[in-house]
Design a protein around this ligand. Structure first.
Ligand code: KIV
Ligand code: ZN
Length: 521
């Protein structure tokens, strides 16, 4: 494999922007910060931290990440409208290295039906928006939304215009996941060859997975000349999702012979990132998912097990350790002290503020009283749960439930709501139902419960439960998660986490595509 700069593929992670556009995947500021830290630690080149104009919360997220992250470029998305670009520029101002990513649709269908703009007006808007973005930073990316359904002559004109106006990265998305690998590669080759100033920009892929081709298409784009890949952890994203980062990075690493390109990603951090994104979004990773699924390195048949015991390469094309999969390690017990706990958190890649640390340590001791063996997975579940909830407006303080096989269950719940304590006693047909009724009683909201799911973090009947709750209100869906050694408490924490996300989402304007695309003249 050649490690020349010419063959280096930049990894642009959009988990926090396109990933957050998965139905139900909204994330809080604390959660986004935690994910951004993990991405930086993985050596992701660019983190798309959000869409600054979408809400004050989104602005705040991009801005906080821009302030904190030092080793990755921090990027905000913006439509081709002055207000969007100015807000993105403001949000990335504190970054060590900040990028504005502006886009407009270029396919005949999108221009006519969605934008209701003539092609000439789109060309003008590209020039105006990129020029405006360049007044904030010299790192400007321009995307031709729905590039794969755009006429090639028009696409070349649009790309040439964007580069002339100052764009240094050109992204050609397969917005609707429609292209085949051959078509996607050919499009890059044609644009790079035909656009006279194409050598002044880095070309980028951005693939959606509607036909299950997002990773194959991204790799084909690289073969066609792209040197940036846009992707998400676990492949989350709009509809069927985006190209999965872990699959792209490992394909390039494992098959360097056939794909002579390289990234700078620390692949040993992949599993950590996958687990965190799955916990925060509530999207569990399917068992047979490539690279990060629970079965990705499991060998079931006797023949395979025998082969792997003799020589792992017989059935393993990469080692579990290379993507950060480690055996369940018995780590700590109830006698482990504050220092040992702090060291363990450091090993697992966490950096917690004082308050969060104290609370995690308290819960760790509590867990130690109830559970004999504490594994890394227990600590990860506990800390991820704490990080996801500690800054929330609504929190569960205590919950006692009583249930029997022949009668109503009762829940006695105390919550903190905007810093004030509130209590109630409520009934239900089972303990989880009673706990959810108690929460609704205290918060004065009646969201629709779409999904309730439980799984055990480790083996054994004393394992912590990790619960996911999906709620819907006024067309908005959110996932919340909670972990606890008491299953009903885990369920209540998950419900309250989802309610907090609904509150955040209420504030968010839908990025209105029909909003006036303002040429910055
Ligand atoms: O899929 C897409 O076209 C996008 C653009 C905004 C880059 O997400
Ligand atoms: Zn997209």
């Amino acid at each position: 494999m050649s490690h020349s700069e010419a063959n280096r593929v930049r990894i642009f992670d959009t988990t926090l922007r396109d990933g957050e556009q998965s139905p139900g995947a909204s994330m809080t500021l604390e959660e986004k910060l935690q994910i951004a830290r993990v991405l930086e630690n993985m050596r992701v080149d660019v983190i798309e931290a959000g869409f600054a104009i979408a809400s004050n919360g989104d602005f705040e997220c991009v801005n906080r990440i821009a302030k904190e992250i030092k080793d990755s470029t921090v990027c905000s998305l913006a439509r081709a409208a002055l207000g969007d670009i100015d807000r993105a520029g403001e949000a990335i101002k504190p970054a060590n290295s900040g990028r504005i990513h502006t886009f407009i649709a270029t396919s005949p269908l999108h221009m006519k039906v969605k934008l209701q703009m003539e092609p000439e007006a789109v060309i003008e808007a590209i020039h105006a928006s990129v020029s405006r973005a360049c007044t904030f930073t010299n790192d400007v990316e321009w995307s031709a939304e729905d590039a794969t359904r755009t006429e090639i002559d028009f696409l070349c004109r649009a790309v040439e215009t964007a580069i002339k106006a100052g764009a240094t990265t050109i992204n050609l998305p397969d917005t609707v996941g429609y292209a085949t690998p051959q078509e996607y590669m050919d499009m890059f080759k044609a644009v790079i060859e035909r656009v006279p100033n194409s050598d002044k920009a880095i070309f980028s892929t951005h693939c959606h997975n509607d036909l299950g081709l997002a990773v194959a298409n991204s790799l084909a784009g690289v073969a066609g000349g792209a040197r940036q890949v846009e992707c998400t952890i676990n492949g989350i994203g709009e509809r069927a999702g985006n190209a999965a980062m872990e699959e792209i990075v490992m394909a390039l690493k494992v098959r360097g012979d056939a794909l002579p390109y390289h990234t700078r990603i620390k692949t040993e951090e992949i599993m950590r990132a996958s687990k965190l994104v799955s916990t925060v979004t509530g999207f569990t990773v399917q068992n047979n998912k490539a690279i990060v699924g629970a079965n990705a390195f499991a060998h079931e048949s006797g023949i395979h097990q025998d082969g792997v015991l003799k020589a792992a390469e017989t059935y393993e094309i990469m080692t579990p350790e290379s993507v950060g999969v480690t055996k369940s390690v018995l780590t700590m017990g109830k006698h482990s002290g504050r220092h040992a706990f702090a060291d363990k958190l450091k090993d697992l890649g966490y950096e917690l503020g004082d308050n969060a640390f104290q609370e995690c340590f308290r819960r760790f001791k509590e867990l130690g009283d109830r559970k004999k063996n504490i594994y890394d997975e227990d600590i990860i579940a506990l800390v991820d749960d704490e990080v996801a909830t500690w800054a929330n407006r609504m929190q569960v303080i205590s919950l006692n439930t009583y249930s029997s096989s022949n009668g109503e269950a009762v829940a006695n719940l105390t919550m903190a709501i905007d810093g004030e304590k509130a209590k109630t006693v409520t009934y239900g047909s089972g303990p989880v139902d009673a706990a959810f009724n108690a929460i609704k009683d205290l918060i004065g909201m009646e969201p629709h419960l779409q999904l309730f799911q439980v799984h055990a973090v480790t083996q054994g009947t004393d394992a912590q439960a990790e619960c996911t709750v999906r709620l819907e209100e006024g067309g908005r869906t959110v996932n919340g998660q909670g972990a606890h050694e008491d299953t009903v408490t885990a369920a209540a924490r998950a419900y309250v986490s989802a309610v907090n996300k609904l509150l955040v989402k209420r504030e968010k304007k839908a990025p209105d595509e029909a909003a006036k695309v303002v040429a910055a003249k």
